[in-house]
Write a protein that binds this ligand. Structure first.
Ligand code: FRU
Length: 491
């Protein structure tokens, strides 16, 4: 059975049915459902008056579209924010038997902006008593007025158990501010974070603050995520993170430099799900799979933008250094069907793989590569894979031994989309040992690369004129052993 699909339409990544989407918002789990709200403009494929679109899933992979949750009103557009379950009914919006789902979001007031005032972004509440299906805006909005800071937005709220308070982190210019509250309605300033710390190539947006266990230990650390636009490692927007401690008032980082959650160009404004049950305990993340430098001009017609695959974030400690890993959620495994397997194959130059059974437009490709030393031609310089289509376009993904970089080269795919930021080879510094593991997930118009169980992630959108049909491996100069490969289709 052949199902007609729209050109570039992802098959297992979340997209709006039509029109413009940016940041994921208000991700919260409640009563068997993962909620995903998102920045949405239902009247056009470019950014405009923001709403919160809405979808739900019970496995993080298959999503049901629901009606728009929040519409702009006289206070402004509905910008990014978060949602929590108010289990103890601290707001009084519901009851302990039917705890309210509360959205905490930014109003962006256009009149204020046009009038040249700098207090046009402020924080507000809305709540739902029916599993997010219908929403009531709080009558005394805003709950956190603007203190006179032009960029003052994207509140992320968590329940801080130790102090039995709600904690809000939000972006203020190019730093983050932390507030606390007993009832989500009245907020007290606690601290500023970020002056002289981390990357400051642009404005800070969509911060997140959450505790996490160090993998394999009982130790707990706190993570702060901060999206930044521009100033990302390969240009434009990207998300940095800090590992540290939080005492209910102040976040203290381990070091003053931040790290990048994803080195690709297309993973922005992502934050974690709220209210994941304790028994589960995972930190689940989703990001907007685009970049502000070209998001509004990418060559899709009916809709614009997709989300990344939902990912689990873990914290590992190696050589006394903390590092976040990101990896597709385990639920994704159920959508995969094994199509091909290769064991121990030496290759050099260009080596074609017979992929007759594999649909390369919707697949997961797993490789373990072992670059060989001391061969006649000396060491290999770069190796990896090439994907081609019948329009003679080529996507190249691999590792360069000389520069010690993982790379995604999309300069030969959809060269009609001439944005120089799109036609790029994006790179990430990474040291390898004997071998390197690469998991590459392709879905119509995106590629997500996870290296060594998620120690490095690179996410890029690509717009092939026709689906990929050929797969080959390449190695320049020396040879590489393909230890093993497993290819799946995603169904
Ligand atoms: C990030 C962002 C947020 C803002 C929203 C507006 O992409 O700029 O800071 O709330 O998008 O749509």
């Amino acid at each position: 059975e052949v199902i007609e699909t729209e050109k570039f339409r992802p098959q297992f990544h979340f997209t709006p049915e039509a029109n413009w989407m940016n940041d994921p918002n208000g991700m919260v789990y409640y009563d068997g459902e993962y909620h995903l709200f998102y920045q949405y403009y239902p009247d056009s494929t470019v950014w405009g008056p923001m709403h919160w679109g809405h979808a739900v899933s019970n496995d993080l992979v298959h999503w049901d579209h629901l009606p728009i949750a929040l519409y702009p009103d006289s206070l402004g557009y509905i910008f990014s924010g978060s949602a929590v379950i108010d289990w103890q009914n601290t707001t009084g919006f519901g009851s302990k038997d039917n705890p309210p789902m509360v959205a905490i979001y930014t109003y962006h007031n256009m009149d204020g902006e046009r009038a040249g005032r700098n207090n046009y972004q402020y924080q507000a509440l809305a709540y739902s008593l029916d599993k997010g299906r219908t929403w009531t805006k709080y009558k005394n909005n805003p709950v956190l007025p603007n203190p006179g800071i032009k960029d003052f937005r994207d509140p992320k709220v968590i329940w801080h158990e130790e102090s039995e308070k709600w904690i809000m982190i939000l972006a203020a210019g190019d730093i983050a501010k932390i507030y606390s509250s007993k009832d989500l309605k009245s907020w007290s300033f606690e601290s500023d974070f970020g002056k002289g710390i981390g990357a400051h190539g642009g404005v800070w947006e969509c911060p997140d603050l959450f505790p996490i266990q160090v993998k394999g230990t009982k130790d707990k650390k706190w993570i702060m995520l901060v999206s930044i636009n521009p100033g990302g490692p390969n240009g434009g927007s990207a998300t940095q993170y800090f590992v540290g401690d939080f005492d209910g008032k102040t976040f203290t980082p381990e070091k003053n430099e931040s790290d990048w959650l994803d080195y690709g160009k297309d993973n922005y404004a992502g934050v974690t799900w709220s209210d994941i049950p304790k028994e589960d305990g995972r930190k689940l993340f989703i990001g907007w799979m685009s970049n502000w430098i070209y998001a509004q001009t990418v060559p899709t017609e009916k809709w614009r933008s997709a989300m990344t695959l939902p990912r689990e974030i873990q914290l590992v400690k190696e050589d006394d250094q903390y590092k976040l890993t990101t990896f597709p959620v385990k639920e994704f495994e159920d959508s995969k069907v094994l199509k091909m397997q290769i064991n121990k194959m030496l290759f050099s130059g260009k080596s074609d793989i017979n992929n007759i059974d594999l649909d390369l437009s919707s697949c997961e490709l797993n490789f373990v590569f072992k670059p060989q030393k001391g061969s006649l031609n000396g060491h290999t310089t770069a190796f990896g894979l090439l994907l081609k289509n019948d329009a003679d376009e080529e996507l190249k993904i691999g590792y360069n031994m000389l520069s010690k970089q993982v790379f995604i080269d999309r300069t030969k795919i959809n060269t009609q989309f001439t944005d120089s930021n799109y036609l790029s080879e994006d790179v990430a510094q990474y040291s390898i040992g004997e071998e390197i593991k690469m998991k590459i997930i392709i879905d119509a118009s995106s590629v997500e690369v996870f290296v060594d169980e998620g120690k490095l992630a690179m996410t890029n959108i690509v717009f092939p004129e026709s689906p990929f049909s050929e797969l080959s491996l390449f190695s320049s100069l020396g040879s590489v052993e393909l230890e093993s490969a497993m290819f799946f289709n995603v169904e």
